[in-house]
Design a protein around this ligand. Structure first.
Ligand code: UDP
Ligand code: MG
Length: 313
């Protein structure tokens, strides 16, 4: 019996690039005759012609499955929807924009089959074609999240990976609402081999990530996998408490020894503003965790499917 590889492809406004992408994966399938393929396109609430294109593909090729979400839920939700509906023995996640070269799947599959890995993941060795400021913040993000959490994220890691069924089942079991896939992949464990490749620029269309989207995505990632910021707030509180005790002591001694007025008003105001600032900052951090918990406890679905091909649900 032939093994089956499912390709999960989240698509958001990818009308320009989808035909090229499909042509590439068809080539890939032709080069791997010993396995059967399934292409799971997840239309993440696109406003352009992505869905009609995917429907056309599905009519012409029975290997194509699609799900269309009721609105734009974000790449993380689209990946989850795709993984839930992938039926292959092995599942790959790849972007529609050809930044993830489909031909690498051949090597990945070979490695999983022959070297006993559960997953082959990819990382970019450079960030060619990316704005330097974005690269800088991305690097800092990896440094911070690795320092604060007990999962190990690889700098430059992409979502592009091939996993075996066991690992996919473990990922699908994690049904948290605030999803940060890179963290979830690391958290579930399993033996992962890292493959490196040079960054490719998008074949067509535009990136869907603005600076602010990336910023909030990175905060989500840190909060999903680390509670260290919460611990930091209590440490900050303790430090200020001890400092204030020492200050009181200094003032009492000063008063007893030299007498006279202690500190001026302006100094008081500065201290007051400083402490209030720190307090609000710490409350803000706690608030962020409370809001995540709030959203998590509502147990809203991670995605809503509006339309799907017969095999999906
Ligand atoms: N994507 C998605 N939903 C979104 C944003 C992006 O499904 O809300 C898909 C997009 O269609 C693409 C992949 O996620 O297939 C990666 O997006 P993009 O290329 O914009 O990200 P970048 O490669 O710039 O990080
Ligand atoms: Mg891209």
């Amino acid at each position: 019996m032939k093994k089956k590889i499912s390709l999960v492809v989240p698509c958001y406004n990818e009308q320009e690039v989808l035909p090229h992408f499909y042509a590439e994966v068809v080539k890939l399938a032709a080069q791997m005759p010993s396995v059967s393929f399934e292409f799971v396109f997840v239309d993440d609430g696109s406003q352009d012609c992505t869905l009609p294109i995917v429907k056309d593909l599905q009519r012409a090729d029975r290997r194509v499955k699609y799900l269309s979400l009721s609105r734009n839920f974000g790449k993380e939700s689209a990946i989850y929807a795709g993984l839930k509906n992938a039926s292959g023995d092995y599942v790959a996640i790849m972007d529609a924009d050809l930044q993830d070269p489909p031909m690498l799947i051949k090597d990945m599959y070979h490695i999983i089959k022959t070297e006993g890995y559960d997953c082959v993941a990819t990382r970019r060795t450079n960030r060619k074609g990316e704005p330097p400021i974005r690269s800088f913040f991305a690097r800092q993000f990896y440094r911070i999240i690795n320092a604060l959490s007990n999962i190990e994220l690889v700098d430059g890691a992409r979502d592009f990976r091939l996993m075996n069924r066991q690992m996919v089942d473990s990922i699908v079991q994690i049904c948290e609402y605030n999803r940060f896939s890179k963290g979830i992949f690391a958290w579930v464990g399993y033996k992962t081999k890292w493959m490196e490749y040079d960054n490719h620029e998008r074949a067509a269309g535009q990136t869907k990530w603005s600076f602010w989207k990336l910023y909030s995505y990175s905060l989500d990632g840190i909060m999903a996998f680390s509670t260290t910021p919460l611990a930091v707030t209590s440490v900050v509180g303790l430090v200020f408490f001890l400092a204030s005790l020492m200050l009181i002591l200094v003032m009492v001694i000063r008063q007893l020894v030299w007498g006279g007025s202690v500190f001026g008003w302006s100094f008081m105001i500065c201290i007051l503003m400083f402490i209030t600032g720190i307090q609000l900052f710490c409350t803000g951090i706690v608030g962020q965790y409370v809001s995540k918990t709030y959203l998590e406890t509502k147990r809203r679905p991670i995605y809503i499917v509006k339309e799907f091909s017969d095999e999906c649900s």
